[in-house]
Design a protein around this ligand. Structure first.
Ligand SMILES: Cc1ncc(C[n+]2csc(CCOP(=O)(O)OP(=O)(O)O)c2C)c(N)n1
Ligand SMILES: [Mg+2]
Length: 534
């Protein structure tokens, strides 16, 4: 008979999971081995937080939930950030932790803290496994993690229960709700009339396009009805960004907002398509007159970041279908403002042929194959990258845009590459962000993943240094020494190079693509490189 740990592992395998990440302690050994035995390969990371991002990388690559394994006390405490990230970035993450048995907890304190109390505010649900209900609990955990909006679910497994035999129950299959279309009625008719009469329609798409897997429906809608599209950073690539209707990304750049907000203002119809404003800076709070907005959202709009006169909860694809049914193309944006905004964005963020962070992005994009997947860390470099890096398919640029945490780019890239080795994968990171997760270069060596890591070396927390200067405070706590990242890379089993110009970068990237181990390119840029550029 399977043990409780076996049952959990089997159900995760059945849900498509093939990789788990973490650091074991005595309390999770049974679970770790059960995962491996069930066909879910366990990879040892150097920090639980990074392990969680590797798990997210596998989710982004496959659609199956990520698995993070963390041991009692410090292991769980180390994971809090990535679990919070999974909540804010809508990532289905199963967090498996080990705990002492209830009876023992009455008289034992060493390393003991209440894992569920700790994680409850940053998870969709937190369960403690109990004898006789392991199957149903795991099925529930998966359904909650994957349901709209996806997010993290925690399972705490008492040491003795993990080893205890359980009778499998066939009820483990999760029920799939059928895709919900807007109900026919006055609201739908009024929304359709708005679309039929619009001269300047605009679509704003967000991450629910990805979680509801409706990129194609969105792209077809835009193409068929000639509707220009603005995307959040996560939804980049829903329409290939070299298509004229793809205006560009919006999220954290005041410079981009200066170009985009007038377009939003001028539009006579806005379709908010799976647009979750958790990714957006404050200029996207109440950005429009709700009277001209039709929203399709996975969950009821209770965030109050924006409002929409017509807000349909349900399936985006079905919603768009019902909205456009029988409505034909008409010439949109006769004044050409949408095309002009697209051109203005491109012109603003371009490098102008000068060495600096923008040129690093441009050279990398044109040197890497079209199907390359990139990850971005948090900082000034990410804002520039998100505006400038062209995505030709959804999930082409992975990042933390809800929580915006540092230290995610490298482990995200690792998880993705492990799950889809055939894809070229590149991680872009700031120097401080990389220093937060340097130990994972050792994990990268152990996993033998030929990832390219591009580091923007400016010896500065550039984004925070800019903010500090903007509010007139003296320089404090934002500058630091230059690390020999190339040396660190070779000490940890990779190839490292310092890059100072476009031609060397192009050459180094070409070589890196041929390698069977990781390459780190330390791109040296001068401090304050982002002034006036993001
Ligand atoms: C875990 C975490 N700590 C602090 C911050 C605040 N923060 C945002 S950007 C940033 C600077 C990052 O510096 P670096 O990685 O060098 O990137 P750069 O801004 O220089 O491009 C900091 C400290 C954060 N987002 N996440
Ligand atoms: Mg920096």
């Amino acid at each position: 008979m399977p043990t409780a740990a076996d049952l959990i592992a089997r159900r995760l395998y059945e849900a498509g999971c093939r990789h788990a990440f973490g650091i074991p302690g005595g309390e999770v050994l049974t679970m770790m081995h059960a995962l491996q035995d069930a066909g879910i390969a366990f990879a040892l990371a150097r920090h639980e937080n990074a392990a969680g991002f590797m798990a997210e990388g596998t989710y982004q690559a496959t659609g199956a939930p990520g698995i993070l394994l963390a041991t009692i006390g410090p292991g769980v405490a180390n994971a809090v950030n990535v679990v919070a990230n999974a909540l804010q970035d809508r990532v289905p993450l199963i967090v498996l932790t080990g705990c002492i048995d209830e009876a023992q907890a009455f008289g034992y304190t060493h390393q003991v803290l209440d894992h569920r109390d700790l994680l409850r505010p940053v998870t969709k649900a937190s369960f403690k496994a109990v004898d006789g209900a392991v199957d149903v609990m795991t099925a529930k955990a998966l359904a909650i993690a994957l349901g709209d909006q996806p997010g993290p679910v925690h399972i705490d497994i008492p040491i003795s229960l993990a080893k205890q035999e359980q009778t499998p129950r066939s009820a483990a299959r999760r029920s799939q709700p059928s895709a919900m279309a807007p109900a026919p009625g006055a609201d739908l008719e009024a929304a359709r009339n708005l679309l039929a009469g619009a001269e300047r329609p605009l679509m704003v798409a967000g991450l629910e396009v990805l979680t509801q897997d409706t990129s194609e429906a969105v792209a077809d809608f835009c193409r068929d009805l000639a509707v220009p599209l603005i995307t959040t950073y996560k939804a980049k690539g829903v329409l290939p960004e070299d298509e004229p209707l793809a205006i560009g990304g919006a999220g954290l750049s005041p410079a981009a907002d200066k170009i985009l907000m007038p377009l939003v203002e001028h539009a006579d119809l806005i379709i908010a398509a799976g647009y979750d404003p958790i990714e957006m800076r404050s200029s996207w709070c109440s950005p429009w007159d709700p009277g001209k907005v039709i929203e399709f959202t996975a969950v009821a709009n209770t965030h109050h970041v924006h409002q929409a006169r017509y807000s349909f909860v349900g399936h985006l694809g079905k919603g768009l279908e019902a909205l456009r049914d029988g409505i034909n193309v008409r010439p949109a944006w006769p004044g050409g403002e949408a095309a002009a905004a697209r051109a203005a964005l491109k012109a603003f963020f371009a490098s102008g042929g000068e060495w600096g962070p923008a040129q690093v992005v441009e050279v990398t994009r044109r040197t890497l194959p079209r199907n390359a997947v990139a990850t971005a860390d948090t900082g000034a470099h990410r804002i520039l990258l998100s505006q400038l890096w062209e995505c030709f398919e959804p999930r082409g640029l992975l990042q933390s845009s809800g929580l915006c945490t540092m230290g995610c780019a490298l482990p995200l890239a690792m998880g993705y590459k492990l799950a889809r080795p055939e894809r070229p994968v590149i991680a872009f990171t700031g120097d401080a962000g990389l220093e937060m997760v340097l130990g994972e270069l050792a994990t990268l060596r152990d996993l033998a993943l030929p990832i390219i890591v591009v580091v923007f070396v400016d010896a500065s927390l550039a984004l925070i240094e800019m903010k500090q200067r903007r509010v007139g405070l003296p320089n404090l706590g934002v500058d630091f020494g230059v690390t020999d990242f190339a040396g660190v890379a070779s000490a940890l089993g990779g190839h490292g190079e310092v890059v100072r110009d476009a031609a060397s970068l192009e050459r180094a990237l070409g070589t890196a693509l041929e390698q069977d181990r990781f390459t780190l390119l330390a791109c040296s840029i001068v401090p304050k490189s982002y002034d006036g550029r993001i």
